[in-house]
Design a protein around this ligand. Structure first.
Ligand code: ZN
Ligand code: ZN
Length: 141
């Protein structure tokens, strides 16, 4: 049974965050940006409504990196954990990484496939039967 509220925090504990309700459909992203940002083979990024999201912690410790004009990735300035991503074009949405939600509760999320598989790490083999897409599919995850 999925929980109503999913909770997570950054590595140093300065920030705690929560998502209320469903994360919706999520795809594993193998693009080089996600790989470098997380230091992992792929990332699980959920796009949620801003009204579902709460973040508590010292605002002056948030760094927003503008990786593309108008698109930002926010992280904790002390421990570098990702907090959220946002876009000026999409002010009602926020993107979060599922890995930070480490509470006991099951996440209300449906994993629907792998995207940017053409950019996958050579040392990682996909071993599940989810659909695979060479690049992004619309709507973008
Ligand atoms: Zn931190
Ligand atoms: Zn990606």
């Amino acid at each position: 049974m999925a929980s109503e509220v999913a909770r997570g925090s950054c590595l140093c504990g300065a920030f705690e965050y929560a998502v209320e309700g469903s994360f919706g459909d999520v795809r594993y992203c193998h693009c080089t940006r996600c790989r470098r940002n997380n230091g992992t083979a792929f990332s699980a990024n959920a796009k949620i409504d801003r009204s579902q999201w709460t973040l508590e912690g010292p605002a002056d410790r948030i760094t927003e990196y503008e990786h593309t004009p108008g698109k930002y990735k926010a992280f904790c300035s002390v421990c570098c954990s990702p907090l959220y991503a946002r876009s000026d074009d999409d002010p009602n949405d926020i993107r979060v990484r599922l890995g930070g939600f480490v509470g006991e509760e099951d996440l209300d999320v449906t994993i629907t496939g792998h995207v940017w598989v053409d950019w996958k790490a050579s040392w990682y083999e996909i071993e599940d039967s989810l659909p695979r897409y060479p690049e992004a599919i619309e709507p973008k995850p």
